[in-house]
Design a protein around this ligand. Structure first.
Ligand code: NAD
Length: 362
């Protein structure tokens, strides 16, 4: 079992292990009432195990699946059902599921009674390495994703790697896009997290979700995210924004719609693009540009947009300008001589070169 402490105020632990779900009884021993928020399929598989380990009043509150369930309507519905059940200020919400459950239940906990405790219990790879850690919670508006939310750090995170066995393949691949991001976020030459080496030595085991490597894989990613969160818990100094490596193009591709890409696949293409853009801006040499292509490719992720020749570079540039993290012009997170940092308005020829290099037409 690995325990990674997220050093914010108050600090909390991320427990990563096969069977970590069974730690829930000891984590929640001081609570009187526990509201588990989940989705039907996840609850069918895991809620009974969770419930039987908790020595308190427990109720399961189901919500819908997908981005369309991450709404104010779901938030209101959950909070009203919490109230009808009698959930109080000193009680706790458990978010049992992927990032959709984590973000929605987390926001409900942030708002209900002006903030009650939440324990994140992620069941997707993406949520284990990313969404469940760091306290960002949100719901979507018709005008855009994650537009209304709050920072609400959990009291803890239990990442049970056994739950990844039932995850659909495309969701697992989506999580691997974020894993590739973490591998590149560290200095890949020195590889202090050991993640690049782990991916290189155990590619087949990682792709096969071998329980022997999953704990190590998730733990190394969690350590990287925890370190960043501790330095900039509420995204004020720009350090936390480095976690958006590869995401500016990924969001634009997702907004442009279709292409059959999962979030992780879009991030993989975004990483290859970020490397090429950094190269085009002469911030890094060819070795780094190559790594930004090779790391996601080694995980079987795409580094070019399928059918991208039909996409117009101008349209994508416009979408990237509208990215909510851009403050006016075009903002990217790129590698460079001082590490990973925010870069505003890179030169147009470098942008066009980088778009072409990921298969996007003129
Ligand atoms: N808060 C953050 O910092 C943060 C970071 C990254 C992403 N996110 C958010 O996370 C969301 C995406 O999360 P996701 O990729 O986990 O998707 P998801 O929550 O939609 O889960 C994907 C699917 O897998 C199912 N599922 C989950 N765990 C399962 C399991 N163990 N076995 C079988 N099926 C399972 C879910 O029911 C769902 O159908 C997005 O809304 C994104 O905005 C938040």
């Amino acid at each position: 079992m690995s325990v990674v402490t997220v050093d914010v105020v108050p600090a909390y632990d991320v427990v990563v292990a096969p069977g970590a779900l069974h730690e829930i009884g000891s984590v929640l021993r001081s609570f009187r009432r526990v509201a588990i928020v989940s989705q039907a399929e996840i609850a069918d598989r895991y809620a009974d195990a969770v419930r039987s380990d908790i020595d308190a009043d427990v109720e399961v509150f189901l919500m819908g699946d997908g981005e369309e369930a991450k709404t104010f309507a779901t938030l209101e519905d959950l909070c009203r059902r919490f109230a009808a059940w009698g959930l109080l200020r000193g009680d706790v919400v458990v978010a049992l599921g992927g990032g959709v459950v984590g973000d929605t239940a987390g926001f409900a906990a942030a708002a209900y009674h002006r903030g009650i405790a939440v324990l994140q219990v992620p069941t997707t790879l993406l949520a284990m390495v990313d969404a469940a850690i760091g306290g960002k919670t949100a719901v979507n508006l018709p005008e855009g994703k994650n537009l209304v939310g709050a920072f609400h750090q959990p009291i803890g995170v239990l990442a049970d790697t056994d739950t990844l066995a039932s995850l659909p393949e495309q969701e697992y691949r989506s999580g691997l896009g974020e894993v590739a991001k973490y591998a590149l976020l560290g200095d890949v030459v020195e590889d202090p997290s050991g993640l690049v080496e782990l991916l290189r030595l155990h590619t087949t085991a990682v792709l096969a979700r071998d329980p022997a490597v999953l704990g190590d894989l998730v733990t190394r990613c969690v350590r990287i995210k925890a370190d960043v969160i501790a330095l900039d818990p509420e995204e004020r100094t720009g350090i936390r924004a480095t976690l958006n490596l590869g995401h500016t193009l990924a969001h634009a591709l997702e907004t442009a719609g279709g292409y059959g890409l999962t979030h992780g696949e879009a991030v993989a293409i975004g990483l290859a693009f970020a490397g090429a853009l950094a190269g085009g801006c002469e911030r890094v040499g060819a070795d780094v540009v190559d790594r930004y292509q090779a790391v996601p490719a080694s995980l079987g992720l795409p580094t070019e947009v399928p059918g991208g020749e039909d996409l117009r570079a101008d349209a994508l540039l416009e979408l990237m300008r509208r990215d909510k993290k851009a403050s006016g012009g075009l903002t990217f997170v790129l590698p460079g001589p001082h590490g990973i940092e925010r870069v505003d308005d890179p030169p147009e020829p470098a942008l066009r070169y980088a778009l072409t290099s990921v298969g996007i037409g003129e």
